[in-house]
Design a binder for this molecule. Structure first.
Ligand code: 6PG
Length: 479
C-alpha cells in the first residue's frame, strides 16, 4: 500500500462515515478502516465519487496508508472500545503521530489516554464533535483538546471541515491541553439538556395553561425563532410539534412515550459540577427530569395524588401568557449558560487549562446542537471582559433579566397554582434570587452544624473561627 492519505478514519458507523466523507469532500485523501471490512466497502461503493478514499482491511494496511505525521481519527463507542482500538494501533505508530478520539469520551479517560500515549511519543487529541450525523457530514462544531503541536498539524484540516459561524469563522479552536476538549463537549451537552428541558417546560405550559394545540405551539416557537431565542433547538422543536403521526393522525408528540432517555453526558456534567463545587442547578434539574420521566411505576403509583387540574386561559389571556413564557424561557436560558460557563471556568482552574470562554462561545455559534444567535452575545461579553465573573455580571444580560423577571415570576406563579411542573424555570429563578440575596439561610445552616457537631462558624463582625457551647451555658469560644 502506498502512503497516500492525509487522514484516516477508523470506525465507520454513521458518525465516522459522515466525518470521513466530510474530509473527502473538502479535498483530503481519507484512509478508511472498520472492524468489519464490509462497511468500508459499502462506503466506497456508495460515496466513492465524493472524493479520494483509500479503503484498507487491516490495522497495518490502514497505518501504512497514512502520510506522516499520521493522523488517525477513532470513531468508535466511548469506553472500552476506544481503549481496544488504541491498543491495536498505538504499537504501529511512530513519534509525532496523532490519534484523534472523536467520540463522547469522559474527559478523565481522555486525560489518562493522553498521558499514556504522550509517554510513548504519540499525540492524543480527545475532541468533542457536535452536530449529530448531519453536522458530521456538512460541518460540525469541533472541540479538540491535546497538545498545541498536534493542533498545528491537525487544526487546518479541522478548520476546513467545521461549520462556519455567520461571520465566516470556523467553529473549531484548540480548546486546551489533554482532556479539555472532551470536558468542554461534556458541558456543551449539559447545557443541551438544560435547553431541551426549558423548551419542554415552555411547551407544557403553553399547552396546559395557554390551551394551545401542538401545531399552534409550533407556530409560537417559529415566531420566537425569529427573535432573541433564534436557535437550532427552537427550530427543530417547531418541526417535531407540527409533525402528525401517520398511523393515528394524532400529533406525533402525543403518541411518543413520555420517558426521556440519556446516554450520560448530562449526568457527567452534574457529577463533575458537584466535585468542583459549582451550582449547576438548571442542568441538574434537566437530568433529574429525564430520570423522573422514566420511573413509570412510581409515576403510576402517584397519579392519584391531590393537586389542581390545569384550566386553560381564554385566547386573549393566552396570548399574553405566551409572551410571558418567552420571557421566562429566555431568562432561564441565560441562567443555564451562566451555570455552564461557571463550570467551564472552574474546570479550567482545576486542570490548568487556561480556557478561553469567549472562544468556546464562538465555536458553539454554528454546527452544534446548542447553536444559537445568543452565543454571539456570550462571545462578545467574554471577549470584552475575559475575567467576567459570571454572565449575569454582563450589563446587557443583567438588563435583559431585569426586564424579564416580572413575567418569569408570573409564569412560575401560574405553573405552581395550576400544578404544572417547571423545575428548570424554578431552579433558574431560585439561583438568580440566591445570587442577589443580601442574606442567605446558610447562616442558620452553620448554626445547626455547630449545634450538633461543633463544626464551628465564622462571624460577620470579626475574624476568627468560633464555637458556641450549646450543651452548656452557650458562651462563645474561639475555636
Ligand atoms: C451533539 C449531541 C450528541 C448526542 C448526545 C446526546 O452534540 O451532537 O450532544 O453528542 O446527541 O449523545 O445524547 P443523550 O440525550 O442520549 O444523552
Amino acid at each position: 500500500m502506498s502512503t497516500t492519505a492525509q487522514i484516516g478514519v477508523t470506525g465507520l458507523a454513521v458518525m465516522g462515515r459522515n466525518l470521513a466523507r466530510n474530509f473527502a469532500r473538502n479535498g483530503y485523501a481519507v484512509a478508511l478502516h472498520n472492524r468489519t471490512p464490509a462497511r468500508t466497502r459499502e462506503l466506497v461503493e456508495e460515496f466513492g465519487q465524493e472524493g479520494t478514499f483509500v479503503p484498507t482491511e487491516s490495522a497495518e494496511e490502514f497505518v501504512a496508508a497514512l502520510e506522516r505525521p499520521r493522523r488517525l481519527v477513532v470513531m468508535v463507542k466511548a469506553g472500552d472500545p476506544t481503549d481496544a482500538v488504541i491498543s491495536e494501533f498505538a504499537p504501529l505508530l511512530e513519534d509525532g503521530d496523532v490519534i484523534i478520539d472523536g467520540g463522547n469520551a469522559h474527559f478523565a479517560d481522555t486525560r489518562r489516554r493522553e498521558q499514556e500515549l504522550r509517554e510513548r511519543g504519540i499525540h492524543f487529541v480527545g475532541t468533542g464533535i457536535s452536530g449529530g450525523e448531519e453536522g458530521a457530514l456538512h460541518g460540525p462544531s469541533i472541540m479538540p483538546g491535546g497538545s498545541k503541536e498536534s493542533y498545528a498539524s491537525l487544526g487546518p484540516m479541522l478548520e476546513r471541515i467545521a461549520a462556519q459561524a455567520d461571520d465566516g469563522a470556523p467553529c473549531v479552536t484548540h480548546v486546551g491541553a489533554d482532556g479539555a476538549g472532551h470536558f468542554v463537549k461534556m458541558v456543551h451537552n449539559g447545557i443541551e439538556y438544560a435547553d431541551m428541558q426549558l423548551i419542554g417546560e415552555a411547551y407544557q405550559l403553553l399547552r396546559d395553561v395557554g390551551g394551545y394545540s401542538p401545531d399552534e405551539i409550533a407556530g409560537i416557537f417559529r415566531a420566537w425563532n425569529t427573535g432573541r431565542l433564534d436557535s437550532y433547538l427552537i427550530e427543530i422543536t417547531a418541526e417535531v410539534l407540527s409533525h402528525v403521526d401517520a398511523a393515528t393522525g394524532r400529533p406525533f408528540v402525543d403518541v411518543v412515550a413520555d420517558r426521556a432517555e440519556q446516554k450520560g453526558t448530562g449526568r457527567w456534567t452534574v457529577q463533575l459540577a458537584l466535585e468542583l463545587g459549582v451550582p449547576v442547578s438548571g442542568i441538574a434539574e434537566a437530568v433529574f427530569a429525564r430520570s423522573l420521566s422514566g420511573h413509570t411505576a412510581l409515576r403510576e403509583a402517584s397519579a392519584q395524588l391531590a393537586g389542581p387540574t390545569p384550566q386553560a386561559l381564554g385566547p386573549t389571556e393566552a396570548a399574553t401568557f405566551a409572551d410571558r413564557v418567552e420571557q421566562a424561557l429566555y431568562a432561564s436560558k441565560i441562567v443555564s449558560y451562566t451555570q455552564g460557563f461557571h463550570e467551564i471556568a472552574a474546570g479550567s482552574a482545576q486542570y490548568d487549562w487556561n480556557l478561553d470562554l469567549g472562544a468556546i462561545a464562538s465555536i458553539w455559534r454554528g454546527g452544534c446542537i446548542i447553536r444559537a444567535a445568543f452565543l454571539d452575545r456570550i462571545r462578545a461579553a467574554y471577549d470584552s471582559r475575559p475575567d467576567l465573573p459570571s454572565l449575569l455580571a454582563d450589563a446587557e444580560f443583567a438588563e435583559e433579566i431585569a426586564e424579564a423577571q416580572d413575567d418569569w415570576r408570573a409564569v412560575l406563579v401560574a405553573a405552581t397554582e395550576q400544578g404544572v411542573p417547571a423545575p428548570g424555570f424554578a431552579a433558574a429563578l431560585s439561583y438568580y434570587d440566591a445570587l442577589r440575596a443580601d442574606r442567605l439561610p446558610a447562616a442558620l445552616t452553620q448554626g445547626q452544624r455547630d449545634f450538633f457537631g461543633a463544626h464551628t462558624y465564622r462571624r460577620t463582625d470579626r475574624d476568627g473561627t468560633f464555637h458556641t457551647l450549646w450543651g452548656g451555658d452557650r458562651t462563645e469560644v474561639e475555636a
